[in-house]
Unconditional design. Structure first.
Ligand code: SF4
Ligand code: SF4
Length: 314
């Protein structure tokens, strides 16, 4: 008999900047959700694994593009490549060969892989190889499977890595017939956060009652509105400034978004992190109650999302 088809939904938790307590809320949601696949898309500062203690079962290189390399044996030191490189990635300090004493060399960190040097090199002395920019992992955690990643130092292309992490998490959820992917999104409003939310079903914005929190909420909500994604808002550490918390609630409503809840400031959050536990696993009352109420609101919003037909195979 064929099982009932499952439409996997993606919930993304984001914030306008790092340090708002977003990951702590995601870890608690992971503990509260009964069946979930986790995706840590904060690839520049991934820390969900610090709380969930994953056991890695798969590890792969991530290549976000190619880098040029001069094959010094073929280089005649004409200097054309250095002349055309707009990223100052080429210098005249490569090893000599039978024809010239010094050749040109490409700095792999400065190279953007644009290919212009290759196009102009008269000796076909430049080759391209995929650059390894980071690693991505599939792990088992006590709350379910998790896909996470680590971007190399000074590497860019984190938008591509975020997309990869999301895609892999969704694939696992569909294979395991899980109906929710819980995504710890990248902070900010740049390329990584766009990659975190594009095509998602629901976004929860975690903000805090500060002027920058209010400003970030405005920017982030413009972004989710642009992509037409249903958006909820939660104020973390809400009791630190009641006036600003109220102003955030007012602006949330004026922008047509829905308040999902407030979470009080509590030192228990830090204690839980030190013990490598989520807040709801570590504490029973206070801030843990706030997060449970928040999860109830978010779960309710997930269950009310329009049930869409399962995608037909292309
Ligand atoms: S353009 Fe080609 S031959 Fe000329 S310096 Fe660069 S690598 Fe060498
Ligand atoms: S690929 Fe582009 S950025 Fe890299 S060395 Fe060549 S010209 Fe410069």
């Amino acid at each position: 008999m064929k099982g009932k088809s499952i439409v996997t939904k993606e919930l993304v938790v984001i914030s306008g900047k790092g340090g708002t307590g977003k990951t702590s809320i995601v870890a608690s949601f992971a503990a509260l959700a009964e069946k979930v696949v986790l995706a840590d898309c904060d690839v520049d500062a991934a820390d969900l694994h610090l709380v969930l203690g994953p056991r890695t079962i798969k590890r792969e290189d991530f290549s976000g593009g190619s880098r040029a390399r001069i094959m010094s044996g073929h280089c005649t030191a004409c200097g054309k490549c250095e002349e055309v490189c707009r990223f100052d990635a080429i210098s005249y300090d490569g090893p000599g060969n039978g024809k010239v004493e010094t050749t040109y060399r490409i700095d792999p960190i400065a190279c953007e892989g644009c290919g212009v040097c290759d196009y102009f090199c008269p000796e076909n002395a430049i080759e391209f190889a995929p650059a390894v920019n980071g690693k991505w992992f599939v792990s088992e955690t006590r709350c379910g499977p998790m896909v996470h990643a680590r971007l190399g130092v000074a590497e860019e292309n984190s938008g591509k890595l975020v997309t990869l992490v999301r895609t892999q998490a969704k694939k696992i959820a569909e294979e395991q017939r899980q109906d929710l992917v819980l995504i710890d999104g990248a902070p900010g409003i740049g390329c990584p956060v766009v990659a975190s939310i594009t095509g998602a079903d629901l976004v929860l914005v975690v903000t805090e009652p500060t002027l920058s929190g209010l400003h970030d909420l405005q920017r982030v909500s413009d972004l989710t509105k642009h992509f037409g994604i249903e958006t909820l808002v939660c104020i973390n550490k809400s009791d630190l400034n009641e006036d600003l918390a109220s102003e955030i609630e007012t602006q949330t409503r004026q922008r047509g978004l829905r308040m999902a809840g407030r979470v009080r400031y509590d030192r228990v959050v830090t204690e839980a992190q030190i013990k490598k536990k989520s807040v709801v696993e570590y504490a029973k009352n206070g801030v843990a109650t706030d997060i449970k109420q928040l999860w109830a609101e978010v779960s309710d919003a997930i269950s009310r999302l329009d049930s869409r037909p399962a995608e037909s195979p292309s």
